[in-house]
Design a binder for this molecule. Structure first.
Ligand SMILES: [Zn+2]
Length: 128
């Protein structure tokens, strides 16, 4: 009885560990394989700003005709800082939170701003 319980416990523990390691492996593997070059801020279908990635953890202000967007950067992760000045009426772009890989995008309809990744498998596949 006791021995069986221990085996089941060990088995589930090792499965848990295994899936965790697999996750780490896949996650880091994908990160290396993506070749994300930069994150692009497009305004009215024109490239307004391009920030090379990966970036250290920081917040940058992008000034434009719409006001100021505060972008949070951390490695390949990007988000609109939820404490940005009230430049956006619907705030959907701020509520969306972090994006971390293509083809994820942040769209701000009221300001006609699109934030997307340049490089990466998905975009390359579209380009060629
Ligand atoms: Zn918005």
């Amino acid at each position: 009885m006791k021995r069986g319980d221990l085996l089941i416990y060990l088995f589930s523990a090792s499965m848990l560990l295994f899936s965790f390691l697999l996750y780490l492996l896949l996650y880091s593997g994908l990160g290396f394989d993506q070749h994300i070059e930069s994150v692009v801020v497009e305004y009215k279908k024109q490239v307004y700003a391009k920030i090379p990635l990966p970036s250290p953890e920081r917040t940058i202000d992008i000034n434009g005709p719409w006001g100021v967007i505060m972008l949070d950067l951390n490695g390949y992760k990007v988000r609109v800082n939820p404490f940005s000045p009230l430049y956006c009426p619907d705030k959907i772009c701020m509520r969306q939170g972090w994006i971390s890989k293509p083809p994820e995008t942040i769209v701000c309809l009221p300001n006609r701003i699109i934030i997307y990744y340049q490089g990466g498998k998905y975009i390359d596949g579209l380009t060629y």
